[in-house]
Ligand binder design. Structure first.
Ligand SMILES: Cc1cc2nc3c(=O)[nH]c(=O)nc-3n(C[C@H](O)[C@H](O)[C@H](O)COP(=O)(O)OP(=O)(O)OC[C@H]3O[C@@H](n4cnc5c(N)ncnc54)[C@H](O)[C@@H]3O)c2cc1C
Ligand SMILES: NC(=O)c1ccc[n+]([C@@H]2O[C@H](COP(=O)([O-])OP(=O)(O)OC[C@H]3O[C@@H](n4cnc5c(N)ncnc54)[C@H](OP(=O)(O)O)[C@@H]3O)[C@@H](O)[C@H]2O)c1
Length: 655
């Protein structure tokens, strides 16, 4: 209807059915549909009142109405999610006096949050999306759904957002668990979401509680909390019987001991992959006889209770190194056992800047990839050993020709050189009180063994839909299952980039939501399988075949690949002509996530400024007093002085 020269879609209006589109039993008159589409487009762009109505409409749809109880009732939907209800006297759920649905929960176990098969005209793409998990990946997915106008509901088993970053004193089943002292190993400019930089005074690397503050700000800013159902576990995800045509899913959730099934058009699985400990006890003969304490690093929370103990830590990933350093301040002795070593990098990199700001630039990435492999390896080895010689510290990686996630620890070399941490090779045998290592040495009187042996992952909640073994490298672009009849299920965050995971999952979510919306198309199956095979080969060449490397990827290539799909990749050659300052920063500066908000859908007006000020924010985090720097004598002057002296000497000798 038109009011004051503005179009207001008729739903929820006080005149029941007055101008509702004449829709009957799932059939839509083409003329009405075209007209409604036109009006809706018009309304969406020019009428804030229409948006208000849309909000109300969504509330109606969220009312979990069982449409099968409501056979004489039909609602109409257009591509922009404006919904119109047609009146029906017989519909038990219809409000008696108005043409709206009565709000309230269905008593049945089957809930339907939105339009479903029989009631909807022309369903070709997803409208309702279940986001499972409210960690980094879930928050990004939820926000991207909302950006695309998808009706998303997020289910989170915990009582807060943030996933593993929410520190808890006790380990909870089915959830990731961190220790109290965890600090990010990726910097704030690289770890933020692309349209929401971290506050400039935040530290460059964030303790977990500070990162949680950032997530809270993000959720508040984009109004995400009201879409999250906390303390709700998703028990299973099942294809519906008509999946081949609708692509819909039954999501079984459990809250307060009560199960419910809800139908969704699409699912984004964001459940993390640091939940199931990998504890290869079979590889450690004698451990069953060991009389001390042993446990996985996931169980570790604080250093209390380790005073005077002799501790063996098995595995030297980031967890093993962090625990070794922390415990070395309390324990009597810490033995850090690594079977194949690792590069150790400092968060504080060249000239004190965060490592990832210096390392992850487009130029360096291009340079590294253009060099012959042997030269690239030689250069990497040189660079990695410039801080300290890894061989002298017993840390040199066994196969340095392949990339393994480096570990970031500013203190480890210092604790080793001071003798508090002793590096050891692999443990070959435990006895009741000792550990024998594969160089033949034995350490006696061991009190505690901590297995910092990493994580494994599976996805039991997908078992009901025939997906028991979620092999990330068999997913198309690490997200979509290739063999589904409809691409309506995506896995987000099952990756381990050489860089921050936050903007990477966000980029996945931006692309996935556009696929769900029907705005991006997946290629034919044959091409998908070709791509998967090609990526598997590259992964092996670059990262090897080890279990824990299977999730790794080259971040900038991956960013660019997905950004190209959605039209958000910046055109740097063109920018060199139109905005050279920005182009220079994009190419030679850090590849911060803001780059992917300069153009395309989700373009953010603050992106250019955020890029050009990223180094300022890095410095602001550390420069809390203005150092009075004495003027250096210019080296040029010294050179000139020496040249002058030399010339005088020559004159004196020869003339
Ligand atoms: C100790 C540690 C430090 C790390 N440091 C960094 C770092 O510095 N930088 C970096 O980029 N990455 C880091 N990572 C990687 C880390 O995985 C990511 O930063 C990120 O937190 C992953 O987020 P996620 O949302 O994918 O998973 P999670 O954070 O694990 O979140 C998953 C969420 O899903 C919920 N959930 C799971 N199953 C269900 C279900 N069935 N129903 C309902 N809800 C469910 C969980 O409760 C949880 O809230 C670190 C990992 C670890 C273990
Ligand atoms: N922000 C932070 O500071 C921080 C802190 C902790 C963890 N994290 C992240 O969390 C993730 C998990 O890290 P993680 O350190 O727990 O696990 P991880 O990186 O997978 O490391 C596991 C370690 O265990 C070793 N290992 C596995 N199986 C073994 C066996 N059978 N025998 C001997 N050694 C074995 C591995 O050795 P090999 O290398 O020889 O296989 C590896 O060094 C990583 O992405 C990491 O970056 C980050």
């Amino acid at each position: 209807m038109w009011r004051c020269g503005r179009y207001v879609p008729p739903l929820m209006d006080t005149d029941p059915g007055e101008e509702s589109l004449p829709v009957r039993r799932g059939r839509v008159r083409p003329v009405s549909r075209v007209l409604s589409l036109f009006l809706a487009v018009f309304a969406r762009h020019f009428d804030s009142a229409a948006l208000e109505v849309r909000e109300k409409t969504i509330n109606v749809l969220k009312a979990n109405v069982r449409l099968s109880e409501c056979r004489n009732f039909v609602f109409y939907e257009d591509g922009l999610k404006f919904y119109t209800l047609a009146p029906s006297a017989k519909c038990p759920l219809l409000h008696p006096s108005r043409n709206i649905l009565r709000l309230g929960r269905s008593t049945s176990a089957t809930r339907r949050p939105a339009s479903v098969g029989e009631a909807v005209a022309d369903r070709t793409m997803a409208k309702t999306v279940a986001v499972i998990g409210a960690g980094v990946s879930g928050l990004a997915s939820l926000k991207c759904c909302l950006d695309e106008g998808l009706e998303a509901t997020c289910f989170e088993r915990g009582d807060d957002i943030g996933g593993l970053w929410k520190f808890m004193e006790h380990v909870e089943d089915g959830r990731a668990s961190i220790y109290k002292s965890v600090v990010t190993n990726t910097s704030k400019e690289m770890s933020c979401f692309s349209d929401f930089p971290m506050p400039e005074r935040f530290p460059n690397f964030l303790p977990n509680y500070k990162l949680m503050d950032y997530f809270q700000m993000y959720a508040k800013h984009f109004d995400l909390l009201k879409r999250i159902q906390f303390k709700t576990v998703v028990c299973s995800v099942r294809k519906r019987a008509d999946f081949a045509t609708t692509g819909q899913w039954d999501i079984v959730t459990e809250k307060d001991g009560k199960q419910e099934t809800t139908v969704f058009d699409a699912v984004m699985v964001c459940i993390g992959h640091h939940v199931e400990p990998y504890l290869p006890l079979d590889s450690f003969p004698g451990i069953e006889k060991f009389k001390g304490q042993y446990f996985h690093s996931r169980e570790y929370k604080f250093p209390d209770g380790f005073k005077g103990k002799r501790v063996v830590i098995v595995g030297m990933g980031n967890s093993g190194a962090d625990l070794a350093v922390e415990l070395s301040h309390t324990a009597d002795k810490v033995f850090l056992s690594t079977r194949r070593g690792s590069w150790v990098m400092s968060r504080v990199y060249d000239r004190g800047y965060p490592w990832d700001m210096v390392f992850n630039t487009r130029f360096k990435n291009w340079f590294r990839n253009s060099l012959p492999t042997s030269i690239a390896i030689w250069m990497t080895n040189r660079k990695m050993n410039s801080w300290f010689d890894h061989a002298n510290y017993g840390l040199h990686p066994e196969d340095s020709s392949q990339w393994k996630e480096p570990l970031f620890n500013d203190e480890l070399p210092s604790r080793i050189t001071c003798g508090y941490v002793v590096t050891k090779p692999n443990v070959v045998q435990f006895t009741e009180t000792s550990a024998r290592f594969d160089d033949g040495t034995v350490e006696e009187d061991i009190d505690v063994v901590i297995f910092a042996t990493g994580y494994t992952y599976s996805c039991p909640l997908l078992e009901d839909c025939g997906i028991s073994n979620l092999d990330v490298n068999s997913l198309y672009r690490k997200t979509f299952l290739p063999n589904l009849e409809k691409p309506t299920l995506a896995v987000i965050g099952l990756i381990q980039p050489l860089g921050a995971i936050m903007p990477t999952t966000e980029m996945q979510a931006r692309w996935v939501t556009r696929v769900l919306k029907g705005l991006c198309k997946l290629p034919p199956l044959e091409k998908i399988m070709e791509d998967i095979a090609k990526k598997k080969k590259t992964l092996v060449e670059r990262f090897g075949t080890r279990r824990q490397n299977s999730l790794q990827l080259d971040q900038i290539e991956y960013f660019d690949e997905l950004a190209t799909e959605i039209g958000a990749k910046p055109n740097i050659p063109f920018l060199f002509l139109t905005d050279p300052l920005l182009a220079l920063e994009l190419f030679y500066g850090s590849c911060t996530p803001f780059q992917y908000r300069l153009v395309g859908p989700g373009k953010w007006p603050g992106a250019r400024h955020a890029i050009l000020t990223q180094w300022d924010r890095i410095v602001l985090a550390t420069r809390n007093r203005d150092a009075k720097i004495q003027q250096d004598h210019s080296p040029m002057l010294v050179v000139l002085f020496l040249l002058g002296l030399f010339a005088t000497l020559i004159m004196f000798v020869f003339f």
